[in-house]
Design a protein. Structure first.
Lengths: 107, 450
């Protein structure tokens, strides 16, 4: 299959609230929004974050903004309060999502 | 009736850049009409840390850098008639107000300084707040208990002539909502207008995160002059139009991309963004590029504000330790991996109840997890690196145990794999926070004047 890296087609920003990670994803080219709706599924995102063991992954679609907002519950190893990790906020995790490989827009 | 106001934001967190705030003040001073500056200086744990400082010194407990931001811009703002609104009063707005009077040393005697009080529940009897705390908080002694209040106190203070408004815990967007309600005469129960005001506050509250900060990716998303980002300015019109721009003659960029990223920042359900002032619905929101770093946001919907408010309690009693050592050159990866194995064995013997988090920076750190699942996955890919840093993170209630375990990392100098260097150790008291909900009717903000 013709796999591409999401980072070549989209940008993203991560935010945290407690132990919940949110990542908003936007295609660089608005024409790719439908492709993201089809291919950037909760299942794929859950798989990409499998080592973080999220208890739930939800996607909110915002067609007016050409945006997808992912919410991953219990994905921050306790979050800024409890995590022993380097990035307790999960600010860098937008790029774990952007590292996702998925079937390309022409597929 | 005022047709248009400007609200600028000079700080998005406690360690933001005072020089950018000053340039914002100087820019706004050259413009006309009603203008306001907000300074957002708190994070989740800041209030607990501020309460601890106040416990040691009754004149302390406001944001440590509050005056680094205020002092340079005071004359500019006061002379131009630009009110400053900040949550930098933190755990002690009264002490901040008194120091501000001392700083002004008799100048501007007619300037009214308001403290917005009522968010701090720690002064009250514990029985009052314990009823709202979750069960797992009982038994811990909270060092801070605060409620995220809305814009009411700020709007009232400005209506009564405040030139500077010092708050403690207030919802971040409310710093702008209070200014907008005052400036445009908008009613607190006009949910459509409150949606516009809250969206403005939400876009402003992290300061340069909407003007090119937390954004640049060379070749993909470039930002001009990223070392001198301009602060954001919201232009709010009486008819509900909202435009985000930035300080003139500074770096940064306001684009559809920067605004969209910030509009959804820390948002869960975009149709129900809960704030003390309104439930903001971004489901129909649109952005439009007006050119010259001006972006208009439209389609904002508001629903009646929640009947509950969010509270936050900070607890002490947990120690957070970190220690690091590096390996470089040929065989750096296997030597670093061996150091990790040695540490796991030593920790298991010395403190079996402590599960250390161990990263191998270069291979897995930011994306790693406590159990090291991501690290193990990466190690099987045989990464070819010649500079790897072993990092250990751990928490425990026993400070001396944490110290002893951190010393284990340093002991790798003489006991560990060949060529280990650059040990650093760091130990801090971790404040943990718990959020809770309480009825809005229980909280009444009050004003004090200085």
């Amino acid at each position: 299959m013709n796999l591409v890296t999401l980072a070549d087609f989209a940008h993203a920003r991560a935010g945290d609230k407690g132990n919940i990670l949110s990542v908003a994803v936007f295609p660089h080219d608005p024409a790719h929004f439908q492709w993201l709706l089809r291919e950037l599924t909760c299942e794929r995102v859950a798989e990409q974050f499998a080592t973080r063991r999220p208890s739930r992954v939800h996607r909110y679609d915002l067609p007016n903004l050409n945006a997808l907002n992912f919410v991953l519950e219990d994905a921050l190893e306790g979050g800024v309060n409890r995590s022993c990790g380097l990035d307790r906020h999960g600010k860098s995790l937008s790029y774990l999502l952007l590292a996702l490989r998925l079937p390309g827009p022409s597929a | 009736m005022t047709q248009k106001i400007l609200v600028g934001c000079g700080a998005g967190f406690a360690n933001d850049r005072p020089d950018a705030a000053l340039r914002l003040a100087q820019d706004l001073a050259q413009r006309t009409g009603q203008r306001y500056i907000m300074l957002e200086l708190l994070a989740e744990r800041t209030l607990a840390e501020a309460q601890l400082r106040k416990g040691l010194d009754p004149q302390a407990g406001y944001a440590t850098r509050l005056f680094d931001f205020l002092e340079p811009m005071l004359d500019v703002c006061i002379e131009a008639g630009i009110p400053i609104i900040t949550n930098g009063g933190a755990a002690n707005p009264r002490a901040a107000a008194q120091r501000l009077r001392n700083t002004l040393a008799g100048r501007y005697p007619t300037l009214k300084i308001a403290c917005v009080l009522g968010d701090d529940l720690l002064d009250e009897t514990p029985a009052r707040y314990v009823q709202w705390l979750s069960l797992d908080c009982v038994g811990h002694e909270p060092v801070s208990v605060n409620v995220y209040t809305g814009a009411d106190g700020i709007a009232t203070a400005l209506a009564e002539g405040a030139g500077i408004v010092l708050c403690g815990r207030v919802a971040d967007p409310s710093l702008a909502v209070g200014a907008i309600r005052h400036g445009l005469g908008w009613a607190a129960e006009d949910w459509q207008k409150m949606a516009v005001a809250t969206a403005a506050g939400h876009l402003l509250e992290c300061c340069t995160q909407v003007t090119g900060g937390y954004f640049a990716h060379p070749g993909m998303k470039d930002i001009p002059d990223p070392a001198n980002l301009g602060c954001p300015i919201a232009e709010i019109h009486q008819d509900g139009r909202l435009i985000i721009s930035k300080t003139r003659h500074c770096g940064g960029r306001v684009s559809e991309q920067t605004v969209k990223e910030q509009l959804l920042y820390e948002v869960h359900d975009p149709r129900r963004y809960l704030t003390p002032d309104v439930v903001l619905d971004l489901g129909q929101a649109r952005v439009q590029d007006l050119g010259e770093d001006r972006i208009e946001i439209s389609g904002l919907q508001g629903h009646p504000r929640p009947e509950t408010l969010k509270g936050l309690a900070g607890m002490r009693g947990l120690w957070f330790g970190e220690a690091e050592i590096s390996y470089a050159g040929p065989g750096a990866v296997p030597r670093a991996a061996l150091a990790r194995e040695i540490l796991l064995q030593r920790f298991a013997r010395l403190a079996p109840e402590v599960e250390p988090w161990i990263d191998l920076s270069g291979i897995a750190s930011l994306f790693n997890d406590h159990a090291g699942r991501y690290l193990q996955q990466r190690l099987t890919q045989a990464p070819a690196l010649e500079d790897v840093r072993v990092r250990v993170g751990l928490t425990h209630t026993d400070r001396s145990l944490v110290e002893a375990l951190l010393a284990e990392v340093e002991s790798l100098y003489t006991n560990g794999p060949a060529g280990g260097g650059g040990v650093r150790r760091h130990l801090t008291e971790a404040v943990t926070t718990r959020s809770f909900l309480l009825p809005r009717s229980e909280i009444h903000t009050t004003l004090e004047w200085y």
